[in-house]
Design a protein around this ligand. Structure first.
Ligand code: MIC
Length: 649
């Protein structure tokens, strides 16, 4: 049997383990991507590890999340990151240069290589035939130290694309169709690999849209072949030499198969407040909207702005709609300006924001209370926009633009009566702008890290005690996202480099008194109990480190999302899984739990660990899906402790 693109990518980078689905493997990382909201911790981790210079072939530090400078904190982070980039030999993408994922694809993406990013949407680079994976910051630090990146060998879900998208339907609708089929956890443990004749009509940036939101299905990553379209993309970016063709063998052996006939896809929309709640736009048409928002890493291509510009050209957005335009990058702004589309958007009533992530992560542009917001962003977890009980819908740029004109959710095909669909043709040439990408110095080893008063070193983490005992201080439901564990947004993001301060926001949206209660048990320890897919969404390791700082020693859940489970292990929190999911229902908040001899049990590889519920006089059988390596880091208290114990750098 022949190989898939995924298997070829993994095989060519395999350093440790066997490629059997479910087994842990270690691969070589060629490139790393860090952004500011997660990058400050990574740089502090590199400092703690005593690393001299990144060992990856290319490492890039972006500043795209924390752009609002309402006090000294975010700009201090920027200055710190700039010094760290010099110190550790990273490229530095200055604030205003653009959103990491599309800029990385444009400037650094190389088919056939691996990319590890401290951001869950890193898989977007799979559009070029890369194996691009999102991970917690510590994983990034280890990859920069030249260590293998460990993850579970995935299964490959081959999705064959046939046909061509109809007018008014675009790549976002394709990935929403996938979300309709697989929901937010249907691709856990899988790589989604697209193939088939339908690919020919999807541009490299269309593929970026689809790969970016594979994360929303829990996938390890998404992969496309590197074909002629990828070559054309690299030629336009002035990087033809970086092209290497990569395709699946004709008889490639996918673990699972699915098919989408592109000609049958219709405009789709994800309802509040989950990317998995997908319905046809026509089913919810007519609901009044307050906001239509275009941009973000989920719809970053020139076409994602040019098509809405053509739709609103010569028209005015509805008087009650805030039409927010979030350009991808400075390069994109220059191109939109040169082509005239920027003026069309502004004339039609667009509110123009700076190039960056902005409202996608709740950094401004929050919707008004009780009003509907239509966004082309990748996720709409509760409250992520910054407004409590928000109503954020995820849709294509076409749906957002047409709805902006009408003032209500509108199937974009309705516009067909007024105008022809402005089908986009990628230009042969674009303006390329690399001036805000600062290359690493040949030797920055002497550079001092510039730490403002809000930047604090990592707290010391103690090894796992012999036994655990403490109350369940919080019990949460199903599909809890990291946004709910540790929110983003303008109030919280400025504390990403200050663990003690940021921990005061832990579980804020679910139970605002949790941090106070936790402080009481900070030293003795306490437990979190959760449903399935706990920790879905972002890669922010703060969602593990802040609870750990507050004393969480173990999370008992029905199941975990991939990146978060690893983040918990990285910081010495045991991610226990109920052998019988019904036990979840038997535990109440404030119950006192005891797990005696937990250290011994993990060290001996016991398959089952018993937890006693002292309050209810019951006990539960817990399992854990941890490799020997993960157990060792938990016993040591964190992967950093383990690295130091092993005499790393
Ligand atoms: C997100 O989209 O949730 C983020 C913000 O990009 C995160 C990273 C973060 O929390 O800093 C992600 O996707 O990993």
């Amino acid at each position: 049997m022949g190989e898939t693109v995924t298997h070829k990518l993994i095989r060519s980078h395999l350093l440790d383990g066997k490629m059997n689905p479910g087994e842990e493997i270690g691969i070589r990382i060629d490139q790393t991507l860090t952004q500011d909201a997660t990058g400050t911790l990574v740089m502090l981790e590199l400092e703690a590890m005593g690393l001299d210079r990144t060992k990856a072939a290319v490492s890039v530090q972006y500043v795209d999340h924390n752009l609002i400078q309402s006090d000294y904190r975010n700009p201090d982070d920027h200055v710190f990151l700039e010094s760290a980039a010099r110190r550790f030999g990273l490229w530095y993408s200055r604030p205003g240069n653009g959103v990491s994922h599309p800029v990385h694809q444009e400037r650094f993406g190389v088919p056939g290589q691996t990319l590890l990013g401290s951001d869950s949407h890193t898989p977007a680079a799979g559009a070029l035939g890369m194996l691009a994976i999102g991970a917690g910051g510590l994983e990034l630090a280890m990859a920069m130290a030249g260590e293998p990146f460990y993850f579970t060998m995935p299964e490959v879900l081959g999705v064959r694309l046939t046909g061509e998208l109809p007018d008014w339907v675009s790549a976002k609708d394709v990935v929403l169709e996938m979300l309709r089929r697989y929901d937010v956890d249907g691709c856990v443990g899988k790589v989604i690999e697209y193939h088939g004749p339908g690919l020919a009509s999807l541009s490299a940036m269309d593929r970026h849209v689809i790969a970016n939101m594979g994360t929303e299905m829990g996938a390890t990553t998404t992969v496309f072949p590197a074909d002629d379209e990828v070559r054309r993309f690299l030629v336009r970016e002035g990087r033809e030499d970086d092209f290497h063709g990569l395709d699946a063998d004709k008889d490639a052996d996918y673990d699972q198969l699915d098919e989408i006939d592109l000609s049958s896809v219709e405009p789709l929309i994800a309802l509040p407040s989950s990317p998995g709640k997908v319905v046809p736009v026509r089913e919810v048409a007519g609901r009044a909207i307050y906001q239509a928002y275009i941009g973000s890493s989920a719809n970053p291509g020139l076409r994602d702005f040019a098509v809405p510009a053509a739709i609103v050209k010569g028209r005015q957005v509805h008087p009650s709609v805030s039409f927010d335009v979030n350009p991808t990058s400075r390069q994109m702004l220059e191109n939109l300006a040169a082509r005239g589309e920027l003026a069309q958007l502004i004339r039609a009533g667009a509110r123009l924001h700076q190039a960056g992530c902005n409202g996608c992560i709740g950094m401004g542009q929050a919707p008004a209370t009780g009003r509907n917001s239509l966004r082309t962003v990748p996720r709409n977890f509760p409250g992520r926009s910054g407004t409590k009980e928000d109503a954020v819908y995820l849709c294509s740029p076409e749906t957002a633009a047409v709805s902006a004109l009408r003032g209500e959710i509108t199937d974009p095909r309705d516009m067909g009566g007024e105008m022809d669909y402005p089908r986009f043709q990628e230009p042969d040439e674009i303006l390329v702008n690399t001036d805000m990408l600062v290359p690493p110095p040949d030797d920055g080893g002497e550079t001092e890290l510039v730490k403002g008063p809000n930047i604090h070193s990592l707290p010391e983490l103690k090894p796992l005690p012999e036994g655990l005992e403490g109350p369940v201080l919080i019990k949460v439901g199903e599909d809890i996202s990291t946004d709910e564990i540790l929110p983003a947004g303008t109030r919280v993001l400025p504390y990403r480099s200050n663990i003690v301060a940021i921990s005061r926001f832990t579980f804020e949206g679910i139970d605002e008194h949790y941090p106070e209660r936790a402080e009481e048990y900070q030293h003795e320890g306490h437990f979190v109990v959760a449903g399935s897919n706990y920790g879905q969404g972002s890669s922010r390791e703060h969602a593990a480190l802040a609870p750990r700082h507050l004393g969480v020693k173990a999370v008992l859940a029905k199941s975990f999302a991939r990146i978060h489970a690893q983040n918990l292990a990285n910081f010495g929190i045991v991610p226990f899984v109920f052998e019988d999911p019904d036990d979840y229902g038997r535990i109440r908040r404030d119950d006192l739990l005891r797990i005696p001899k937990v250290r011994e049990a993990l060290a001996n590889g016991s398959e089952i660990v018993e937890a006693e519920n002292v309050t209810r006089e019951e006990s539960y059988r817990l399992t854990y899906r941890l490799s020997g390596r993960q157990v060792r880091m938990i016993l040591a208290g964190s992967v950093l402790n383990l690295y130091r114990e092993n005499g790393g750098d």
